[in-house]
Design a protein around this ligand. Structure first.
Ligand code: CO8
Length: 259
């Protein structure tokens, strides 16, 4: 049986490839469970400094949840399927190290939602984005109504979700749905260069900054500032803070230990 998810290692980077190219990498239940298992195992693997998530083949990142599996679902089953997807995507969002989506083609429905669960979205100029669920009589169910609204604001989120429009990478960049657009040939090189740049920084500082942003955005500003100052103080208990500041003062490059 072919793997629905393939993991390739390149140094400290783990590249997760959704691998159902004939089905435009649509997420069926088996693929979602495989993704969950892989993310859990990578969480515990300290040799992994960053993840890149991408799709197999030329055309699609992920074209959504698998429609053939959903067509005959009842309400309870659909709700459970949505909850499972939400939990897996939250696990990706809260992965303790950086996660980059390298969006190589269609990122529709659950595919756009998967990209939004990543920290940073790098898109090929061929990438296309949309939440076309209303064409199927449903709404986004893997966190799209929440993450898209937080990323691009209510107006643009409603424009995309109510219209089902598919937008190109430049428009996605303009509204803030993606963070950088590169040529298709450069996508993986650019994603790996970005991952390696982050991996070279103080690892605890990067993961704590991620925590401060992800948790802080759910809080009122004052609680967010408090949370930030807690984490800021905690950084001063690390060897990497000592090393980073000492290296600056000694005019040399820091050597971080991740401690
Ligand atoms: N599910 C299942 N199969 C798919 C999907 C999908 N989402 N997308 C594409 N495929 C299949 C096609 O059926 C086709 O199969 P076959 O070769 O057997 O006919 C194959 O992939 C190739 O697709 P096309 O022939 O359609 O290729 P095109 O290049 O003409 O079009 C598109 C590419 C534009 C990506 C087109 O396939 C498309 O519109 N796909 C559907 C996109 C979509 O509607 N996505 C949203 C799905 S719903 C969703 O994601 C909700 C998430 C939350 C779920 C909550 C749980 C209840």
């Amino acid at each position: 049986m072919p793997d629905n998810i393939v993991v390739e290692r390149d140094g400290a980077i783990a590249v997760i490839i959704v691998n159902r190219p004939k089905e435009m990498n649509a997420l069926n239940l088996a693929t979602m469970l495989e993704l969950d298992r892989i993310i859990r195992s990578l969480e515990d693997d300290q040799s992994v400094g960053a993840l890149i998530i991408t799709g197999s083949g030329e055309k699609a990142f992920v074209a959504g949840a698998d429609i053939s599996e959903m067509a005959d679902m009842g309400a309870m089953q659909a709700k459970e399927w949505a909850r499972l997807g939400q939990q897996v995507f939250s696990r990706i969002e809260n992965f303790p190290r950086p996660v980059i989506a390298a969006v190589n083609g269609y990122a529709l429905g659950g595919g756009c939602e998967l990209a939004m669960a990543c920290d940073i979205r790098l898109a090929s100029e061929k990438a296309k984005f949309g939440q076309p669920e209303v064409n199927l009589g449903i709404i986004p169910g893997f966190g799209g109504t929440q993450r898209l609204t937080r990323l691009v604001g209510k107006g643009q989120a409603k424009l995309l979700i109510f219209s089902g429009d598919i937008i190109d990478a430049q428009e996605a960049l303009r509204i803030g749905l993606v963070d950088r657009v590169v040529s298709a040939d450069e996508l993986m090189v650019a994603a790996k260069a970005l991952a390696n740049k982050m991996i070279a920084k103080a690892p605890l500082a990067v993961s704590q900054a991620k925590l401060a942003i992800n948790k802080g955005v759910e809080m009122d500003s004052e609680s967010g500032y408090m949370f930030e100052s807690e984490i800021f103080g905690m950084c001063f208990t690390t060897a990497d803070q000592k090393e980073g500041m000492r290296a600056f003062l000694e005019k040399r490059k820091p050597v971080f230990s991740g401690q």
